[in-house]
Write a protein that binds this ligand. Structure first.
Ligand code: SAM
Length: 253
């Protein structure tokens, strides 16, 4: 999507922020109210947000165990960042949201601030295939840890290349949970195959498919995944799946 094609998102921004100061004050610091406004707008002009039904699958997964470093590929206007970051305790847990489109990122920043979650969410602007490399270098300056939970929700043709990048950078490691949206509609068959494949099948795939993010980011075939699609019925009665992948262990390479 080009940066010019953002009229709808600017209309959502107006819908949320062009209201009397007193009304905005009542919304400020209340993530639930902010989410409701975005959902209300989405019923008029279908926004590409994960929505409350699939969102609940992700929330349940996040809450299974403590998660300190969370990330998502595809911030859009900040809906999912608000939905998931509102679940984090005030213990320094952080939600890093990667977004390529600077206009979307700006709207997202306003929405996240309105929800009062700016201390928990940091938006990283740029193509995830590049910014993840800087992110890993930055994490390495501290006490490096892999990402505990990641939502993959950007363009479908980038799911596998960016996952292989995350594997290569050890940002995904045993203990990481990966959730990927839109597995049924519009579908991400190559991604589904990849996370459900055996390590041997992935070894073959990684050696025969060059990563668009760079030759050296082959991925790590010796990660053992446990992965399955979780089905959700959306508000409009349609079905979609979220693929939930647990990273179990590294096999001896
Ligand atoms: N997670 C969001 C939510 O539920 O509210 C929806 C994300 S929307 C489906 C996909 C977003 O991914 C778009 O905003 C798009 O600009 C962004 N995107 C696409 N390619 C990207 C890339 N390579 N790096 C970072 N963001 C990307």
């Amino acid at each position: 999507m080009s940066d010019e094609n953002h009229d709808k998102e600017l209309r959502v921004e107006k819908f949320i922020f062009d209201r009397p100061e007193a009304e905005l004050e009542k919304i400020k610091g209340n993530p639930q109210k902010v989410l409701q406004l975005v959902e209300e707008y989405s019923r008029k002009e279908n926004l590409m947000i994960i929505g409350p039904h699939k969102g609940q699958i992700v929330i349940d997964k996040i809450k299974e165990r403590p998660r300190n470093i969370l990330a998502e590929l595809g911030c859009y206007i900040g809906y999912s960042a608000v939905l998931f970051a509102k679940e984090l305790p005030d213990d320094g847990s952080k939600y890093y949201s990667f977004e390529v489109n600077p206009t979307f990122a700006k709207i997202a920043q306003r929405i996240i601030e309105l929800a009062g979650l700016e201390k928990k969410v940091e938006i990283i602007v740029g193509k995830a295939g590049q910014t993840l490399i800087d992110f890993q270098a930055w994490l390495q300056k501290g006490h490096f840890r892999a990402i505990d939970f990641i939502l993959i929700d950007h363009w479908k043709d980038l799911y596998v290349p960016d996952l292989r990048l995350l594997e290569s950078l050890s940002l995904i490691a045993p203990g990481t949970t990966i959730a990927a949206d839109n597995i049924y509609i519009p579908g991400a068959p190559e991604y589904k195959w990849y996370v459900e494949a055996t390590p041997e099948e992935r070894r073959e795939y990684n050696s025969t498919h060059e990563n668009v993010n760079g030759k050296s980011f082959t991925g790590r075939w010796n990660i053992l995944y446990d992965s399955k699609a979780v089905t959700s019925t959306l508000g409009n009665g349609m079905r979609d799946d979220v693929e939930i992948t647990e990273t179990l262990q590294y096999l001896d390479a």
